[in-house]
Design a protein around this ligand. Structure first.
Ligand code: BYC
Length: 329
């Protein structure tokens, strides 16, 4: 419809909006301004539907792919209780994906199509899960700080405008709060343990800091979707605001543990009440989210394997006449 030439996403959104019935659009936006929830059968602009599918689907993919780096530590977690807790956490993350795929399905995209877009590399998922968890400390830093970042994002967006997404986020946040405590407890154990344990957790923090700074999305100056998503209350805070909130809440906690953050410019400017930091490397971010991170190929290969090897289960469930179902006598 718009040819193949590059069009800025906001400009494209405006072109699509211009095709909408102006009265319906005004009523829709008035409902959002009044803080009402939009439900699946309600009228919504095509662009709202498209943006929600994109964001919820990416979020769902992030949960199942996110289970992989921590999942590799289940068999090696130190001690029975930590193994049990990690197993429960990984199961929770996969459960979050189920809730989110269901929320995205209410907008008309099938789960099969979403999974297909993931394994063919068409859909994105969170940058952070394309990095390896080399040591047990990496798994602990993920559970503490990535889950912390996720909670900041999700608590805000749970107050957003699309009913099914908000309800899924409410439930997810409850479980994530438990993950955060588990992660914090693990990091405290390492940071207050032997010098080898301290070095291990310090090393993990150095590795994970840049991906964590990227996690909240590109800076507001270059973010493509924030404007329209905030207007429609899908996103309740901008990427930079979420990053600031994370720094406010977690930098003091990290420093309290005697750990250092690998950014010489990181400090709170008392005049502006904002954190200053080295601008994250957005070229690296773009490479990683577009398929060229250290673990992208490995992560997608695992999902493809799961998809192929689980096909018979889905076929059996969808088809009672399947050769896999033995009829009851
Ligand atoms: N990673 O215009 P922007 C978890 C993309 S899982 C990858 O600012 P937007 C956990 C963005 O998609 C929780 N891509 O985008 C699980 C866009 O590309 P497209 C994960 C990113 O949507 C297991 C382009 O960059 N949380 O916690 O306004 C174990 C321009 O960006 C990222 C969610 O998914 C990224 N970090 O804002 C442990 C939350 N950031 O689509 C833990 C839901 C940006 O145009 N998502 N991009 O090709 C969101 O809240 C928003 O999508 C974002 C980005 C804030 C992430």
């Amino acid at each position: 419809m718009y040819g193949n030439a590059y069009i800025d996403p906001n400009e494209k959104a405006n072109l699509i909006l211009a095709e909408e019935d102006p009265q319906k659009l005004a009523e829709f936006e008035a409902r959002i301004d009044r803080g009402e929830k939009i439900e699946p059968k309600d009228w919504m602009p095509k662009e709202y539907r498209k943006q929600l599918i994109r964001m919820i689907e990416q979020h769902a993919h992030s949960e199942i792919i996110g289970a992989l780096p921590e999942g590799t530590w289940i068999t090696r977690a130190p001690g029975f209780k930590r193994k049990l807790a990690l197993m429960a956490k990984v199961q929770d993350e996969v459960g979050h994906a189920q809730l989110l795929y269901s929320a995205a399905e209410t907008l008309g995209k099938s789960r099969e199509a979403m999974i297909n877009d993931l394994i063919t590399g068409k859909s994105k998922y969170s940058n952070v899960f394309n990095y390896p968890a080399f040591t047990w400390a990496d798994a602990c830093v993920i559970a503490w700080l990535i889950d912390a970042g996720a909670i900041i994002n999700q608590v805000a967006n749970a107050k957003g405008s699309y009913g099914p997404y908000c309800r899924a986020l409410d439930r997810i946040c409850t479980e994530e709060s438990f993950h955060l405590k588990y992660g914090h407890d693990n990091v405290v154990t390492l940071a207050t343990g032997s010098s080898i344990q301290r070095d291990m957790v310090q090393g993990a923090l150095i590795r994970w800091w840049p991906p964590i700074m990227h996690f909240f999305g590109p800076s507001d100056k270059i973010s493509q979707h924030t404007e329209i998503l905030m207007k429609w209350k899908v996103k309740m805070a901008s990427n930079d605001d979420m990053r600031q909130q994370f720094l406010d809440m977690y930098v003091p906690k990290i420093w309290d543990l005697g750990l250092s953050i690998p950014d010489p410019l990181l400090k709170k400017n008392t005049a502006t009440n904002k954190w200053e930091y080295t601008e994250p490397d957005w070229d690296e971010f773009k490479r990683v989210i577009n398929g060229d991170g250290p673990c992208n190929a490995e992560r997608l290969a695992v999902r493809r394997h799961a998809e192929e090897h689980g096909r018979w289960v889905r076929e059996a469930l969808n088809n009672v006449g399947s050769k896999y179902i033995v009829p009851l006598a």
